[in-house]
Design a protein around this ligand. Structure first.
Ligand code: FE
Length: 290
């Protein structure tokens, strides 16, 4: 193989950044201030991911109102807490509190009504909420919860310096996340790299994915695209993700999942395949059928 061909094969297999964008300030629930990273005018979705919000404030006024009772149908919500505590409670009798490093993966399926409220009156509340779409065949499945404390989340130490927390999926070195049996076969990693450290991970070709940097900065892909703090890097096609930390180090989420390539009809808290199915969801909710 000649050198230029070898380079082009290499370039085809490492995922480059197809879009680079900061999140936008938004308000949701009863007035929680957050940053909308996916699900914004800049990035409508990264199939199969419909939304990514980051919340992080030590001002109670930014979060205290929380997310009182509201419904969901047709997708999954994933809450990952970095600081502070949130209590969730739903109409199916599930209730719990998640704190730093804990994760809750909720499959709303055919419908739940729940509240997500800060379990604190002051101090820092920080974390992420991700919305993962369900394929049409699973949108009306029974609601399901997977909730794991930080102690049950696999942590892999990287040779080059740093750690990987594995919430879902499996790293190339074999660390496996506790969240299982999700339709889109997702990878959800929280990666911390020391200055100059490198992290590589295979991601199946049919999977869409992104990186969100929330500390320091990193460079991504063979092109070495710089991704600073507070920036989303949508990943292009390819078989591997390659990330190198800057000389300040970096921390980021690497999230990927099987693209659904299905029509998406959004109606607030309901995400279905067609407009008619969204209207049906509103009717079912109003009629108390959730
Ligand atoms: Fe919710």
């Amino acid at each position: 193989m000649n050198v230029s061909l070898e380079n082009s094969v290499q370039a085809a297999t490492v995922r480059e950044v197809s879009q680079l964008t900061p999140g936008m300030p938004a308000s949701d629930g009863a007035g929680v201030q957050l940053t909308r990273i996916v699900g914004s005018p800049m990035v409508d979705m990264v199939d199969p991911f419909l939304l990514l919000d980051a919340f992080g404030s030590d001002k109670p006024g930014d979060y205290i109102a929380g997310f009182p009772d509201h419904p969901h149908r047709g997708f999954e919500t994933v809450t990952y807490i970095l600081a502070g505590r949130m209590r969730h409670k739903d109409n199916a009798g599930h209730e719990g509190v998640i704190g730093p490093g804990d994760v809750q993966w909720m499959t709303a399926g055919r419908g739940i009504v729940h509240s997500e409220m800060p379990e604190q009156e002051d101090g820092l509340l920080m974390g992420f909420q991700l919305w993962v779409n369900l394929p049409g065949k699973d949108k009306m499945t029974a609601p399901r919860y997977q909730e794991f404390p930080a102690s049950e989340i696999a942590v892999e130490d990287l040779d080059g310096g740093g750690t990987v927390k594995v919430i879902a999926g499996r790293t190339d070195a074999g660390a496996e996340g506790p969240v299982k049996d999700i339709s889109t076969d997702p990878l959800y990693l929280d990666v911390t790299l020391t200055p100059g450290a490198h992290f590589g991970q295979s991601v199946p070709a049919p999977h869409g994915g992104f990186i969100y940097v929330f500390e320091g900065s990193v460079s991504v892909g063979a092109n070495g695209t710089e991704v600073p703090t507070g920036t989303l890097a949508v990943l292009d096609e390819g078989a591997r993700v390659e990330v190198t930390a800057s000389d300040t180090g970096g921390r980021f989420l690497l999230i990927s999942g099987k693209r659904l390539n299905e029509p998406v009809a959004r109606g607030g808290p309901f995400v279905m395949n067609t407009r008619a199915e969204v209207l049906q969801a509103f009717q079912d909710y109003q009629a108390g059928r959730f």
